[in-house]
Design a protein around this ligand. Structure first.
Ligand code: FAD
Length: 434
């Protein structure tokens, strides 16, 4: 019997250690350095003087980037263990960086590991895995995100180089990254899924410009780390190509699949936090002579939230298990499914947690408002919910086929007649007993 919902005791000890470490050592960074991209600023003194020593403790404990294969400096733990770890790390904006598994660098490292040449690995992957630098994935364009057929950024060969021209939008951490992984069309005569390629572009390359930085809702205009970028006659050597020509989408899928499930794992942590806050408030706040927790409508919030959280968590773990076991087709369906579910569950549970906190829940004096902002992000970043629903539906439909006939296969009259004919002797017996 292989189904098992228990964590190995040795690994549970690691999780317990992480839980205390994040609460006691990392949480102060979350509170004192609240700017969303602060954990990515490798030049900031707090990163060097506080985060780096904490990361050293994590390494000593054998928990640094541990989802990666040992040859890449990880422990090869795989996705199920990473899911359990991310249920702790996702409570904190700093913790993923301190454990070497932050987005988007974790996904970027995975594609470099899979597609980079030895020289590219030395130059980009090694410092990235060491946590010395951060990276930027530059794919979305101002006029198109979900549908790459609308992409226009071009790369052309000229004089032994690639010349890149075009614009990108929401290239996260472009201002902090040492290099960009940029998608551009190299062959416009074929569909974009075969005609686009990925390039590795160092930050100081002439022709790469950040036009402006956007932030998320709630951040002041002009602040933020999601770049509107222009590549203007940006020349890079031929060997800047990552993987083969025309391979951009195969590469992007490697990264985005991992990125999506990792977001979902951290979302489990966010939902757990929202439910915890909701329960504590319901038990502490009194109205009409009793705690909110005694009100049946509030109890319904709590029950619905618990059920949604548990369903979502199991789906995340099951998806991680499919990935670890190399079930590529199933993993594709389940990754799309968790991607959809994470925004919906986060929405429902955070919404209820805000409601139970009243004015305080809407205020900037609780962490709930920033959890609320994560709701649209989870429904849009790495592809919108609608597109992932289409993927789920297409994959599910592949497992079924059309039934040839005027009436459906489950049409009752012929089935009942057939069953009655097969069981006629018992039916007669039954009639005789009446
Ligand atoms: C916080 C954050 C960080 C990001 N970081 C990066 C990054 O580092 N690098 C990068 O390249 N990109 C990044 N993105 C961009 C992200 O990948 C895109 O936002 C996403 O792919 C959607 O593209 P879009 O915003 O252009 O929306 P659009 O493509 O304009 O879609 C808008 C809406 O249209 C609807 N829609 C779209 N397609 C369909 C469909 N087929 N059926 C039904 N409805 C549909 C959906 O409601 C969708 O939300 C980031 C986004 C966010 C929010």
């Amino acid at each position: 019997m292989a189904w098992d919902f228990e964590t190995e005791p040795e690994f549970q000890k690691q999780l317990d250690w992480m839980d205390a470490f994040v609460r006691e050592q990392v949480a102060p960074l979350d509170l004192a350095f609240r700017e969303p991209a602060a954990p990515y600023d490798r030049r900031h003194p707090v990163y060097k003087e506080v985060a780096v020593p904490l990361a050293a403790v994590v390494r000593q404990r054998g928990l640094w980037a541990c989802h990666l294969a040992p040859e890449l400096g990880g422990m090869g733990y795989g996705q199920v263990k990473l899911a359990l770890m991310n249920e702790i790390l996702g409570r904190s904006s700093w913790a993923p960086s301190i454990f070497g598994c932050q987005a988007p660098d974790a996904g970027n490292a995975e594609i470099l590991a899979a597609y980079a040449t030895a020289a590219q690995k030395r130059r980009y992957l090694e410092p990235l895995l060491a946590g010395a630098i951060v990276s930027c994935f530059s794919m979305t364009e101002p006029q198109a995100g979900a549908d790459p057929r609308e992409f226009t950024c071009r790369a052309e060969r000229a004089g032994g180089q690639w010349v890149i021209n075009g614009e990108k939008y929401f290239s996260s951490h472009a201002d902090l990254a040492e290099f960009f992984i940029t998608m551009a069309i190299t062959d416009p005569t074929v569909p974009v899924h075969q005609g686009a390629s990925m390039f590795l572009i160092p930050r100081d390359t002439p022709g790469v410009r950040i036009v402006r930085l956007a932030g998320l809702g709630g951040e002041d205009l002009g602040r933020g780390h999601h770049a509107y970028m222009r590549y203007e006659n940006c020349r890079v050597p031929e060997d800047s190509l990552l993987g083969g020509e025309g391979q951009a989408f195969a590469i992007a899928q490697t990264r985005l699949g991992g990125g999506r499930i990792h977001h979902a794992m951290r979302t489990v942590a966010m939902v757990k936090e929202a439910l915890r806050m909701m329960c504590e408030r319901a038990l502490s706040r009194r109205t009409q002579g009793e705690p909110l927790a005694r009100k049946q409508l509030v109890q319904q919030y709590i029950a619905d939230s618990f059920i949604q959280l548990e369903q979502f968590r199991l789906l995340v773990l099951y998806t991680a298990w499919h990935i670890d076991n190399g079930h590529t087709d199933a993993a594709r369906t389940y990754i799309a499914a968790v991607k959809v579910q994470m925004a919906e569950v986060l929405h429902d549970v955070v919404r209820r947690a805000v409601q139970v906190h009243g004015a305080l829940g809407c205020s900037n004096e609780m962490p709930l408002a920033s959890l609320w902002m994560a709701v649209p992000v989870m429904g849009i970043a790495d592809g919108p919910t609608e597109v992932h629903k289409l993927t789920v539906a297409k994959q599910v439909l592949k497992q079924h086929k059309a039934y040839d006939g005027l009436w459906p296969r489950d049409f009752l009259p012929p089935r009942v007649a057939d069953a009655r004919a097969r069981l006629a002797q018992y039916l007669e017996h039954e009639a005789g007993n009446l």
